[in-house]
Write a protein that binds this ligand. Structure first.
Ligand code: FAQ
Length: 328
């Protein structure tokens, strides 16, 4: 891809030089007209590989994303919270299924995607590599991580690749419920006893930086944004999504009497752009490349699930064979 001295135009020309110019022009004209692309339609190879990369990473994020909150199901404070959290976590795993199915339409098998996840070849969202120490951490995820996910997903659901858009529409409807549940949990703690308020504040302090990272590197450093926006896969840039999130949720966080651990966070009233402190992008790079606080633990859980589920997948393929389960 571009970067490292190569201009976008150089790489665009190089990557697309094997494509038929007429087909490429017609494809780009369709996108320009706002038409949707189906899996059976002609598409340049780069569109296919970019979509696989992005949808696959998104699917992995949902499935790994269910883990930090999942650890709180057994310890949720009360029956109603437990029921709601169980339903939410189940939804996130369901989102992964929808997204894996959308990525499969482009020709990569689910087995290959899971193998690439477990081997550390594929990425997933930075934020799920941090530990949920307290109940308030799980409330932060349910409200604000879901909020960030919705900002990005609503934009992308208007994009050009039809199977991904269909999956995102359903996902956004479910995420809207998660957001309400999470907001309710945070309101409860932020307006509760001093101990509850303190616990919620500490969660905000812990999660704010990874939350700023969540939307991806600043546009000037983003590798894929230009081509993805040209082909209407990404309908808003990383900075646009981050700014929209600040706009919608910073006032709500402050309204609850919670502080955000960034003294420079301020909206410029003239431009509508939020200024914020450098959130240490070197930490972001380390985390997305496998060296965050929980990367190894998260992938180990996924690996065990794969190993334990192998006999079920084999039995579904060949029901008459005999299998030994790893638990027998
Ligand atoms: N984490 O050139 P860009 C959720 C990587 S779903 C890890 O700007 P792009 C639901 C990027 O892959 C959350 N890696 O990349 C939930 C690339 O590396 P590569 C996930 C990141 O694709 C809630 C490199 O950095 N949402 O949370 C991240 O144009 C609660 C350069 O970056 C989606 O996946 C990151 N945050 O923009 C579940 C939405 N950011 O591949 C449970 C769809 C960047 O070259 C509980 N995806 N990188 O090795 C997108 O919109 C885009 O892919 C972005 C990144 C915006 C994530």
């Amino acid at each position: 891809m571009y970067g490292g001295g190569n201009s976008f135009e150089d790489v665009y020309d190089k990557e697309l030089k094997h494509e038929d110019p007429e087909q490429l022009a017609e494809f780009e004209a369709r996108i320009e007209r706002g038409e949707k692309i189906e899996s059976t339609d002609w598409m340049p190879e780069l569109y296919r590989t970019q979509l696989i990369r992005m949808i696959e990473q998104h699917a992995h994020s949902e499935i790994i994303g269910s883990l930090p909150e999942g650890t709180w199901i057994t310890r949720a404070p009360g029956f109603k919270r437990k029921l709601a959290l169980m339903a939410k976590v189940q939804d996130e795993v369901g989102h992964a299924q929808l997204l894996y199915a959308a990525a499969e339409t482009l020709g990569k098998s689910r087995e290959d995607m899971i193998t690439d996840l477990i081997n550390g070849k594929s990425k997933y969202s930075n934020i799920f590599n941090y530990p949920a120490f307290t109940w308030a951490d799980s409330c932060f995820i349910s409200w604000l991580v879901d909020a960030g996910a919705i900002v990005n997903q609503i934009a992308n659901s208007k994009g050009s690749y039809a199977p991904y858009c269909r999956a995102l529409e359903r996902i956004c409807a479910e995420e809207a419920f998660h957001l309400k549940y999470g907001h309710h949990c945070v309101i409860h703690l932020a307006t509760g006893s001093p101990v509850q308020r303190q616990m919620m504040q500490e969660a905000v302090n812990r999660w704010w930086k990874p939350m700023v990272h969540f939307f991806g590197p600043p546009d000037k450093d983003s590798v894929h944004t230009r081509i993805l926006m040209k082909w209407k896969v990404k309908m808003a840039s990383n900075d646009e999504c981050r700014n929209q999130f600040f706009d919608m949720y910073v006032p709500k966080i402050w309204e609850l009497g919670l502080e955000i651990p960034d003294p420079n966070l301020k909206k410029d009233p003239e431009t509508g752009i939020w200024n914020y402190s450098d959130p240490d992008w070197s930490e972001f790079k380390r985390v997305i490349n496998g060296d965050g606080p929980c990367n190894k633990e998260r992938l180990a859980v996924r690996r065990i699930a794969e190993e334990r589920g192998l006999w079920v997948r084999q039995a579904l393929k060949s029901p008459k064979a005999t299998y030994t389960t790893p638990l027998a």
